[in-house]
Design a protein around this ligand. Structure first.
Ligand SMILES: NC(=O)c1ccc[n+]([C@@H]2O[C@H](COP(=O)([O-])OP(=O)(O)OC[C@H]3O[C@@H](n4cnc5c(N)ncnc54)[C@H](O)[C@@H]3O)[C@@H](O)[C@H]2O)c1
Ligand SMILES: [Zn+2]
Ligand SMILES: [Zn+2]
Length: 373
């Protein structure tokens, strides 16, 4: 089918997105076509443009946070039907590889290839200007339709509004799971979340779910701090210095139980102050993407080892998409998870460059592209 999508022809050069005609092939084996209601804008797509996440191939159709209705199924799809409401998961889970069967589907072997530039079978599903187009996360939600591997498609109940459900394809589980699973937050913990974007605000929600006593949100932008308080943070401060004062006061100088790094970029100088906020035996979670290739990190390794702290990477919040996407939908339905309030502004696909400017300017918790069909 012919439609339009937002492409980068020179990723990593801050060129901005080109909205132009694309052709999407019908689904092949174990693939489905999804008519999207909406696509969230995650900072990881911004990183394709600014080069924090380098690709080494082009062009790319961006976007990896979407939800919609299945319009067509390819051969050998027996678990999804036309008309199903689905969330597209930014990491697929094949259900068969060693990590999937061990219950760590965020580490799925298929998922390891999402930035490879083709569909899982090595061919292209999207074409533009006569060239094969690679899709972010095997998806490419910056277009009204996505031809997706069925392994990246999770069916949800029909009553969940799809434009809100789109955010459960990346930002919500990544942030929520960073607090719930990666940080292993416990009742009564003091949790610090550094960076209150679409990911960090959901770390605040996750920490609240696990019964944190105090949640300290750190963000230089006043709007983000206000939002953090309305999502359950008990304190909101603008930088590490203020956070250190608040945490010292709350913990009698001991430090926070969990510190979660969800800034737009994980620069190397952000680690040591985060460690200093973390108590002896506490956990420091890194969810934010660092510039690939960054090797210089400020980190007091002596103190780290001798105070028994844990440094924990967090991919997709260590969630299991097939379990956690329906769970998060249920938590939303029962009023225990905020989704509506995550969406600060909506945009048309044609205004995608404005939407990313607004992200960089700190204006949105999440901006969302709405598709009307
Ligand atoms: N690990 C994963 O699986 C995964 C998944 C999704 C996104 N990410 C990454 O998570 C990060 C956050 O994504 P997002 O969509 O929430 O971004 P975002 O742009 O919506 O939010 C980032 C926030 O960090 C704040 N910030 C920037 N510098 C800061 C500092 N020094 N101290 C405190 N706050 C600071 C900004 O003001 C902003 O509010 C990105 O690096 C993204 O690539 C990782
Ligand atoms: Zn994302
Ligand atoms: Zn797998």
């Amino acid at each position: 089918m012919k439609t339009k999508g937002a492409l980068l022809w020179e990723p990593g050069t801050d060129s901005g997105w080109s909205v132009e005609e694309i052709e999407i092939d019908p689904p092949k084996r174990r693939e489905v076509m999804v008519r999207l209601a909406a696509s969230g804008l995650c900072h990881s797509d911004q990183h394709l443009d600014d080069g924090v996440i380098p690709l080494g191939w082009a062009p790319v159709l961006g976007g990896h946070e979407g939800a919609g209705v299945v319009t067509e199924v390819g051969p050998e799809v027996d678990d999804i039907e036309v008309g199903d409401h689905v969330v597209l998961s930014f990491l697929p889970s094949c259900g068969k590889c060693a990590m999937c069967v061990a219950g760590q589907s965020n580490m799925c072997a298929l998922g390891a290839g999402v930035l490879g530039g083709t569909a899982p079978d090595g061919t292209h599903r999207v074409h533009a200007r006569g060239k094969g187009v690679g899709c972010m996360s095997f998806l490419g939600t910056f277009a009204p339709y996505v031809c997706a591997p069925v392994d990246a498609v999770v069916r949800i109940a029909d009553d969940i509004p799809l434009d809100k459900a789109a955010l459960i394809g990346c930002g919500v589980p990544t942030g929520w799971g960073s607090a719930v699973y990666a940080a292993e937050t416990r009742i009564g913990d003091i949790v610090v979340v550094v960076g209150i974007g679409g990911v960090g605000i959901n770390a605040v929600q996750g920490a609240r779910h696990k019964g944190a006593r105090h949640i300290v949100a750190v963000d230089p932008v006043a709007f983000k701090r206000e939002q953090a308080l309305s999502f359950g943070a008990t304190h909101a401060v603008s930088d590490y210095g203020e956070a250190a004062e608040v945490v010292a006061g709350l913990t009698n100088g001991q430090g926070a139980d969990r510190v979660i790094l969800t800034t737009g970029v994980a620069y190397g100088n952000l680690l040591e102050p985060a460690q200093q906020l973390t108590r002896r035996g506490g956990v420091l979670v890194v969810t934010a993407a660092a510039p690939a290739g960054q090797r210089e990190v400020e980190f007091d390794l002596f103190t780290f080892a001798m105070s028994g702290k844990r440094l924990q990477g967090s991919l997709y919040g260590t969630t299991n998409a097939r379990n956690d996407i329906p769970l998060l939908c249920d938590l939303y339905r029962t009023g225990q998870l905020k989704l509506d309030e995550l969406i600060t502004r909506t945009y048309r696909l044609d205004d995608i460059n404005q939407a990313f400017r607004d992200m960089r300017d700190g204006k949105n918790l999440r901006g969302v592209i709405m598709y009307d069909h």
